[in-house]
Ligand binder design. Sequence first.
Ligand code: NDP
Length: 375
Amino acid sequence: RSSLFHRQCRLFSTSSRARTIMPAWVIDKYGSNDVLRFTKNASFPVINYPNEVIVKVFAAGLNPLDVSMRGGYGAASLSMMRDPLSIKQSGSEFPLILGRDVSGVIMECGLDVKYFRERDEVWAAIPPWKQGSLAEFVVLSGNEVSHKPKSLSHTEAAAIPYVATTAWSALVNTGGIKKDNCAKKRILILGGSGGVGTFAIQMLKAWGAHVTVTCSQNAELFVRELGADHVVDYTAGPVEEPLSMLEKFDLILDNVGGGTEHWALDLLKPWTGAKYVTLVTPFLQNTDRLGIADGMMKTAATVSTKVIKHLVKGVHYRWGFFAPSGVALDEIREMVDAGQIRPVVEETFNFSQVPQAFEKVEKGHARGKTVVQIS
Ligand code: NDP
């Protein structure tokens, strides 16, 4: 990453050193949509570590996680990530800024930042324990950020990072899929029409996989246009029945959860290293409900029991998680600029319409992504 761009940035630029406040949408407590509050007086982000950058936000992507976090989902674990020594009082995360995707321009670089310089156009997925992108500026670690694809507008770019780094983490890091081992692999995506699914279909097709997708009947054409080879309508009856008639799979990416894992692992090719990776896990619910220590113990017990139960049948059971990664976004940028992956923006909102954008995401039935234009 650093060999191409040995560029040293100034720690503070005069343009933003004078700023102490900025416009943002914040929440001051957890709840329904009415906790969202617009303010012109949110704290301006500060570079605390030499590897950090401040990004001026042009567009912010929303994800189902933003709606869940607005309601308090993951609060216990995320508070621990923000304040590992529990020095701060309860509620110190407020005012909290949501928004997990950003596309924008670098305003300031910490002293150790060599890969970026001021005015570079960048995109990033923001870890949920950090302040988000529904604001004029956001501070991020340099290793979470990547140069934005030149072929995309900021609005288009903001539709990709969070779902892309999640799909990358689940498929590549957990599922073991790579560009050079993917050709002709049979991959099943449960839930192909939302944010993660629409990205995963395109990435896997670009790498040569055979991709089967489940979705609603009214999304069939949509996912086929993104490259899906075979589509199964989950609204027509128990979806496991038509899926079980198909040749077995090398990998399943589960974006749906619920009862899926009761039947999905039977669709894998046994004793071949085939894996089921689910993104719908009880990890944060466990820590919210039981506290950090007991929640983590329960999580470890649950996942290890499931791994062993399926291992004896010759298939692998895994949980997948979002992982911020500028390096993954660098590779994804190349695929986007090569025309292999396109952004799927379902609806855009202005900065004044953030509550409406949340309502849209909360209604579900996504067909791609919801993006807020900040400036
Ligand atoms: P979206 O809301 O963008 O998409 C969900 C899609 O699934 C919609 O298109 C919906 O359309 C479809 N769907 C709903 N029910 C079914 C079903 N039974 N079978 C097939 N399709 C269905 O969500 P994302 O793609 O952003 O995320 C997917 C899941 O992954 C979410 O549960 C999310 O919380 C989780 N996730 C987990 C992460 C982690 O770190 N573990 C990170 C990111 C996401 P319709 O209802 O019209 O069929």
